[in-house]
Design a protein around this ligand. Structure first.
Ligand code: ADP
Length: 264
């Protein structure tokens, strides 16, 4: 919408009833997008009206994981987002040809996010999830500016070294005055398919480490909302666009994710 005034972000207006969660991580590959998509699908299955903004502009992967292969359409001057598994979703990948990379600097990212929030017709959502890029870059700052009421959900693995990085991603909340809703520990052990013994592939304790660290830095209690084991069905669900919370809700990962969704 070149040249026209920017629309207000509806979710940032006083009295907005939509709960907004920005899903953050320190590093890539810890399962942030998988967690986002599964929480969204679980909440939609519970009857909530849910939207997801794939704000991981360079690493966009949400539509595939959610099975959203539709394209956005334009109605008057609003963008209608496609939906899949009961979740409305918008992603930069829907606007780039083929698998073209996004090569943008901060101001362009800010503008894209502004449009995703204000120019997309979301309707009355109960919950909006933002899948942030890993780390503490431009997008995290833009989210804080555009939706200051967004609460941060931090995803980490149990690994101590990863936890330190994740804690920094969450600590941005101190400067932006955002609330941290909690920490999700993902890839928390692999149940042996032969004997059921837990193999702690990435160690233990990362989630608690991040939650305790963020409780100290923010001065507000930050809980560990849950731990999700390594589960082939979760990965397959992501690859096939059928979130594990729907395809196998009682699997170890599926039930852990549904329990976390219930706390949000
Ligand atoms: P991020 O968004 O943090 O970069 P992704 O959600 O893309 O991470 O996950 C990275 C890869 O790990 C994906 O292939 C995903 O399917 C897989 N994965 C994530 N969490 C789990 C898990 N608990 N069990 C098995 N595979 C997982």
């Amino acid at each position: 919408r070149g040249g026209t005034a920017e629309r207000e972000v509806p979710f940032a207006k006083p009295g907005s009833l939509t709960r907004v969660y920005a899903v953050a991580s320190g590093k890539g590959g810890v399962g942030k997008s998988s967690v986002t998509v599964n929480l969204a699908a679980a909440m939609a299955a519970d009857g909530l009206k849910v939207g997801v903004v794939d704000a991981d502009i360079y690493g966009h992967s949400v539509p595939r994981m959610l099975g959203a292969d539709g394209k956005p359409t334009q109605v008057e001057n609003m963008i209608m987002p496609p939906s899949a598994n009961g979740v409305k979703v918008i992603s930069i990948g829907m606007f780039t040809p083929g698998n073209a990379p996004v090569v943008w600097r901060g101001p362009m990212l800010h503008r894209a996010l502004q449009q995703f929030l204000a120019d997309v017709f979301w309707g009355d959502l109960d919950v909006l999830l933002l899948d942030l890029p890993p780390g503490t870059g431009d997008i995290a700052i833009s989210v804080a500016q555009l939706v200051p009421n967004a609460e941060i959900l931090v995803v980490t693995t149990p690994q101590q070294a990863a936890a330190e990085v994740a804690e920094r991603a969450g600590a941005i909340a101190v400067q932006t005055h955002q609330k941290i809703v909690g920490v999700v520990e993902n890839m928390s052990g692999l149940p042996c398919p032969h004997c059921d013994e837990m193999v702690d592939v990435f160690g233990t304790g990362g989630g608690k480490l991040v939650a305790d660290g963020l409780t100290r830095t923010t001065g507000a209690e930050v809980p560990v909302l849950g731990a999700i084991p390594i589960d082939v069905r979760l990965r397959e669900g992501g690859d096939e666009g059928k979130p594990v919370v729907l395809s196998d809700p009682d699997s170890p990962a599926g039930s852990a994710l549904r329990e976390i969704a219930g706390k949000l």
